[in-house]
Design a protein around this ligand. Sequence first.
Ligand code: THU
Length: 136
Amino acid sequence: MPVKSLPAGTRARLLTAAKKAMKHAHAPYSKFRVGAAILLSNGKIYSGCNVENASYGLTNCAERTSIFSAVAESGPKIEIRAVSVVNDQGVPCSPCGACRQVIYEFGPDATIFFQGATGPKQAHITELLPEGFRLQ
Ligand code: THU
């Protein structure tokens, strides 16, 4: 699947929303603050940050926070067009496996923007998650 291009202005708005949300991260354990923003097919943007917990496994990543916020406000029929992920350390950071599966649930054709090993990168969700799981 080829990545869908996004107008530069829309991509910039998504990045700005991700950076803003990153500032709200609750990351006292890892000290790694992450922000994410999603663009829906109706043009709406939702954002989220990582929310850690003293019981480490309960941590919610920024990507899932943004998606769950979107579903809570807009309902389950949302369609994710693009996701932008940033962190406060400027290091490579693509969505974790769990988040890839959650992105796929609502965005099987989504483009993901993130920091790769050699700089900014974009990838189709199915490049990051081949053979994603679906129940139909
Ligand atoms: N984290 C995210 O929020 N998104 C990612 O794409 C990678 C990891 C968070 C989870 C945890 O709070 C911290 O980063 C360190 O793993």
